[in-house]
Design a protein around this ligand. Structure first.
Ligand SMILES: O=P(O)(O)OC[C@H]1O[C@H](O)[C@H](O)[C@@H](O)[C@@H]1O
Length: 281
């Protein structure tokens, strides 16, 4: 079976042996195995009972990144902590493609009060031998325009974050959230991690590559997403996160394609599409 719903998750299996797992809770990708290796980090302390967003995988941030005066929603919005509908298997030719959906009518009353728009999110996960493609379509089913942020909060599994480098961010401006949101220009060809990092790189080229440090490289190609967030909580933040092991920060880096520095405006009746492809090279 190329796609099977088991235990509130959908398991994708590609003839090459690649697999992926998507929890209905948040439509969160929680595993991607390519060339026999797990590529996605999920914390051993992740809460999986649907009471909190999953710490790891690829949670979907929507309609707000962080918190905002404009929108009275919890950090990173509601997409990552609602149960999505499994629409089903779309195709299993060269790629195994499945789709999930979330509508305003599936939200809690409190969430609907805070974000009072009719919308439909459609999220497609496509697995091939070496790639995982995730595409989000936002449909404004209202008459009024709404504004949103969105981001694919991708946690990559790495053997040692201090040996990881991210290529493709040179010459981009970034907002450094560790330094109170101050703006800097990236002067390094390769971005490396040796302390807490929480940066919103703005207007980033669509192609980045992450050298995992063990000979493996993961390419990230984004589309219609302007920004990239790079995050590692390091020692103290890791200790402060209840659903993240104190010793786990060396094994992950978040490289998150999104549109977060500015709001995306979507007129009534219109759709917006954005996404990313992760490829093992
Ligand atoms: O703890 P969470 O709500 O999942 O957020 C985890 C992280 O997400 C993003 O990477 C933000 O830039 C960070 O500031 C935040 O700490």
């Amino acid at each position: 079976m190329p796609a099977q719903e088991i235990n509130k998750s959908v398991v994708l299996t590609h003839p090459s042996g690649a697999t992926a797992n998507v929890a209905l809770y948040g439509a969160t990708v929680t595993s991607w195995v390519a060339e026999g290796e797990e590529r996605i980090f999920v914390s051993k302390k992740a809460i999986r009972d649907g009471s909190k967003a999953i710490r790891g995988g690829i949670p979907i941030v929507f309609p707000v990144f962080g918190t905002s005066e404009k929108v009275k929603l919890p950090q990173h919005g509601f997409a990552r902590n609602n149960i999505w509908e499994y629409v089903g298997l779309i195709t299993d030719n060269d790629e195994v493609v499945v789709r999930f959906a979330l509508k305003d009518t599936q939200l809690t009353q409190q969430q609907r009060n805070s974000w009072p728009f009719s919308f439909r999110l459609s999220y497609t996960v496509a697995l091939s031998e070496k790639s995982l493609k995730t595409t989000l379509v936002v449909k404004n089913e209202d008459i009024d325009t709404f504004e949103f942020n969105t981001l694919l909060h991708t946690y990559l599994l790495v053997p040692d974050v201090e040996k990881v480098s991210v290529k493709g961010l040179e010459s981009c401006h970034y907002l450094d959230k560790v330094k109170g949101g101050e703006k800097f220009l990236e002067s390094n060809d390769l971005v490396t991690i040796g302390s807490e990092v929480d940066r919103v790189y703005c207007n980033v080229p669509d192609h980045l590559s992450v050298n995992i440090g063990n000979g493996s490289v993961i390419d990230i190609t984004k589309s219609n997403l302007r920004d990239t967030v790079v995050w590692n909580p390091w020692v103290e933040k890791a200790q402060a996160l209840a659903d993240f092991g104190d010793d786990e920060y060396p094994n992950m880096i978040c490289v998150e394609a999104g549109s977060v520095a500015e709001w995306v405006k979507l007129a009534g009746g219109q759709s917006w599409t954005g996404g990313q492809v992760l490829t093992v090279v």
